[in-house]
Write a new protein. Structure first.
Length: 222
């Protein structure tokens, strides 16, 4: 077993031993842009599945605001615009969080908007039983209007330069030559606002150093 497999196995055991009775268990996989959140969630899901529980994965990326909202003040306040205007949290609560916090089996919509095409894209409903772990990956998941919803909050830390390099490589197809500038002027300053306001390294339940996604390490393990 590799070090990464051992970490994922230990985390899966920790989560599965702390499931919430009578409703699905919500686990946030939080981190800065390109910290490796989606990939980490994809690796964690089958580890959790070994415990015999159902796993549902959701990304907050499926709840972006339209571009007109996301960029309404991006020119004058790019960092604040990214932190405050990127996501439709009302829709996220209505379609995911609120249904899950009801007892018993429920139905969620894991996606309502495609930010790449800038158009509504409502996913097929997903039935979620009480014996289910719902993994939600995304940025800003510890912000005040979401924090109380999570049963477990996992934060993936990454060195800024490593995350930036991964993000620029990943997003070049979307933004072309402007990709690096977006990280320097919008994404990283917006993340700095979040880190200062929420301090996830101190407050998350689990903190993992994912600077090298091939060799993650526990920074803090409750």
């Amino acid at each position: 077993m590799t070090g990464r497999e051992r970490l994922l196995s230990d985390l899966a055991d920790w989560i599965s031993s702390r499931m919430v009775p009578q409703r699905p268990t919500l686990v946030a996989i939080d981190g800065v842009d390109a910290a490796g959140k989606s990939s980490f969630s994809n690796l964690l899901a089958p580890m959790l599945g070994r415990a015999g529980v159902a796993i549902v994965q959701v990304s907050v990326d499926g709840f972006h605001n339209p571009a007109a909202v996301r960029h309404s003040r991006a020119t004058v306040e790019p960092a604040l615009s990214y932190y405050e205007d990127s996501f439709d949290y009302e829709a996220f609560r209505a379609h995911v969080l609120n249904p899950i916090h009801r007892s018993g089996t429920t139905v969620i919509s894991p996606r309502v908007f495609d930010h790449e095409s800038d158009s509504p894209d409502i996913a097929d409903p997903v039935v979620v039983s009480d014996n289910t772990i719902v993994l939600v990956d995304g940025v800003f998941l510890g912000r005040p209007e979401l924090a109380e919803s999570w049963d477990h909050w996992v934060y993936l830390h990454s060195d800024r330069n490593a995350a930036r390099a991964r993000g620029v490589e990943r997003d070049m197809r979307l933004f072309g030559d402007n990709t690096l500038d977006r990280y320097l002027s919008r994404y990283e300053p917006g993340q700095a606002l979040y880190l200062a306001a929420v301090d996830p390294i101190s407050n998350a339940d689990i903190v993992i150093d994912n600077t090298d996604p091939e060799a993650p390490e526990f920074f803090r393990f409750s």
